[in-house]
Write a protein that binds this ligand. Structure first.
Ligand SMILES: NC(=O)c1ccc[n+]([C@@H]2O[C@H](COP(=O)([O-])OP(=O)(O)OC[C@H]3O[C@@H](n4cnc5c(N)ncnc54)[C@H](OP(=O)(O)O)[C@@H]3O)[C@@H](O)[C@H]2O)c1
Length: 356
């Protein structure tokens, strides 16, 4: 059970009350977990997760709790119930990104911060720059004042402050704030993530399913992505917390194969059991269409940021996850894409239009 909405933030817990008792299920279920359990001081750490209601956050919370962490979610004020995973015990702290006092209060007693707030799927290009850069700077400052021991930031492969693409530019600037903060940090530069509730693959699947007869493919379909299964990323983040070797490092992570967009679309079609003629379209035309939809709809399913994902190949070592964590990541296949099956795509589209 989550603590109630608006629950006051608990004061810092004294160390002795945090003696961790690992469940035997976890200790026997995960080989590497056993190793970690033996290495780690048996003191429960308080981890503040920002962006906990997002795609990555919701996948990460159960992993953190299962890993023995106390979790606090930083949420923004809203009249809607927060979309947190059910049955995962977490504390909540409420703050907007421009409320420095509330951010500082949220850091009370926090050992580690995992910063996942980002506007790439929900905001305009200028909102992305504001939220991902200025927002990150404020969270970093509050974390530094709070004496946080590790700041984990989820960035993108290809992050570069000189990039022409808003998300990559914003991530490049935000990474700089994190690196220069003086806080021990870990920056994960992730490839495109897929899993239930992702945006990228769900939009691809909606385009495949809802446009009859053909699939309008941006460009020649040779742009290579390296899809990473969301649970694999969540495992990597959780395991990295216990390992000081990940402090002050930028770690690139991607899935076990390079998948060109055309192949990705074909795997999605196979999963959905539909056949479409693939029609390559010059990206500039699709960009125009996406821009038009963005002006027309408050929450367009097809955005220029979605197309940015396909603007260039962004990959890293194929063995990145195995090399850093000894974990064999899942492939992008009809099996892992099972979450696309049995969806009703028109209501799904409606959900997108209403802002998920
Ligand atoms: N998904 C990927 O493939 C991928 C790959 C690499 C890196 N990343 C990065 O990982 C992070 C999480 O991605 P995601 O896919 O989980 O994104 P997401 O599903 O869109 O979640 C975004 C989160 O940020 C919060 N947020 C947005 N604007 C906010 C604001 N102004 N104030 C407070 N909270 C705000 C949202 O809260 P509400 O629920 O209240 O809106 C939500 O919890 C992002 O920084 C993203 O750029 C994602």
């Amino acid at each position: 059970m989550s603590t109630p909405w608006n629950a006051p933030i608990e004061a810092r817990h004294s160390a002795p009350s945090y003696v961790k008792i690992r469940s035997s299920r976890c200790a026997t279920a995960c080989g590497r977990g056993v190793w970690r359990a033996q290495q780690k001081a048996e003191v429960i750490e308080l981890v503040l997760v920002t962006g906990a209601t997002g795609f990555v956050g919701r996948a990460l919370l159960p992993q953190l709790v299962e890993g023995g962490h106390e979790v606090r979610c930083l949420l923004r004020p809203s009249r809607r119930s927060p979309r947190l995973p059910k049955g995962v015990p977490v504390q909540v702290a409420i703050a907007t990104l421009d409320d420095e006092r509330a951010l500082r209060a949220a850091m009370t007693g926090v050992d580690m911060v995992i910063h996942l707030i980002g506007a790439e799927w929900s905001g305009s290009a200028s909102e992305v720059l504001a939220i991902d850069t200025a927002g990150t700077r404020r969270v970093v400052e509050a974390a530094r004042e709070g004496g946080v021991r590790r700041f984990v930031y989820l960035s993108h492969l290809g992050a570069d402050r000189a990039s022409a693409y808003p998300v990559l530019k914003a991530k490049g600037i935000a990474e700089e704030f994190v690196r220069q903060s003086g806080l021990p940090y870990t920056i994960f530069r992730s490839a495109m993530l897929f899993g239930p509730d992702d945006v990228f693959v769900n939009v691809l699947a909606a385009l495949v399913k809802l446009v009859p007869g053909f699939f309008l493919m941006p460009g020649d379909g040779r742009t290579a992505l390296q899809p990473l299964w969301i649970q694999d990323l969540a495992t990597c983040i959780e395991w990295s917390l216990a390992d000081e070797g990940f402090a002050n490092r930028v770690i690139s992570l991607g899935g076990p194969e390079f998948v060109p967009l055309r192949t990705m679309a074909e795997i999605v079609m196979e999963t959905l059991k539909v056949k479409r003629v693939v029609v390559p379209v010059r990206p500039v035309y699709l960009r125009g269409g996406a821009w038009f939809l963005e002006q027309l709809l408050p929450h367009s399913p097809l955005t220029t940021r979605w197309l940015d994902y396909l603007a260039m190949s962004r990959t890293c070592e194929l063995t990145s996850v195995t090399g850093y964590f000894g974990l064999m990541p899942s492939r992008f296949s009809t099996t892992t894409l099972g979450y696309l099956q049995n969806k009703h795509w028109l209501p799904e589209l409606g959900r997108f239009l209403l802002g998920r």
